[in-house]
Design a binder for this molecule. Sequence first.
Ligand code: SF4
Length: 355
Amino acid sequence: MDFAHALIDWYNHHKRQLPWRETRDPYKIWLSEVIFQQTRIVQGFEYYVRFTEKFPTVHHLANAYEDEVLKLWQGLGYYSRARNLHLAAKTVVETFDGKFPDNYSDILKLKGIGPYTAAAIASIAFNQPYPVVDGNVIRVISRWFAIEEAVNSTVGRMKIEKSVQELITGHPPGTFNQAMMEFGALFCKPRKPDCESCIFNNSCLAFRQGLVGKLPVKIKNQPPKKRFFNYLVILSGNNSNQLIYLKKRPEGDIWQGLYDFPLIETKTGTDTKSLLSSFAWKAIFNGTHPLVEQVSGEFKHQLTHQHIFAKFITVKIEENSLQNADNYNIAGLQKLHDYPIPRLIEQFLTINGFL
Ligand code: SF4
């Protein structure tokens, strides 16, 4: 039995029963592929269920407000995925008459859909022979063929793509792609793959050559950038109607479209005294006299390419005393639940009893 036959046979006996595997609906396959990029099944499963319940068709998603979509996505991270889902749904409705495009090149034109997702949708929903190349597939292929070039180099990537294209030819592409991903996730795992009981241990070159622990090879990325956020948690109003100042995150930075607080970003960690006398502080509180109520300890929040070191300074101001209040969304504390917020902000609000 060749590699693809053996793999598909293994998949048919061992695959997990998951709702997006029971459908050929390209919209639902697309949702699942986007949700499960960078996200484990156990973490993303509830999100898939909630998205398909709230937005059962591409029309429902296209007609939603961006805040609604981001709120539902809250906690998953990589928020550009949610914004792009929303934009692409609008394109499907406006440009393709609400019918999901049924070929690889049109699917690839949709916002946020790269070759990986386009291949998954085209193969699973429309049976087109495009191989999916995700982290699981890269690991299996690099080991089975003992590819020693870095898989994130051009040469290494080309070798992987060529190899998987050869393997998929002549086999049902959707099943082959799902089988590869499942095999990488469940069996040929990054650490401690169970090679002794693997169906491929006779043919796997990495196993035969003692290279399993060394493959796949990757060129190291730049170390994450450190950023220092000094958040101003501005409160006003009275006990029965307390207000909090929120700020919508701008384009071109992390968490675009979500809400956090007025922010002073500094190049290094700064003590509160220096912050209170800084130009940025005066610019924000121009014309009012904030009363500093509390300064938090440091919150460390890790993203893939950035490490955020955040401090929260809670201040009280007189109602309507901030001159540039138009820059902010002023929310009643009981309305905070309606705003999509990054996990770091959710953590602070929860610890301090605001949520
Ligand atoms: S023998 Fe080990 S390294 Fe090779 S495919 Fe199987 S699990 Fe992966």
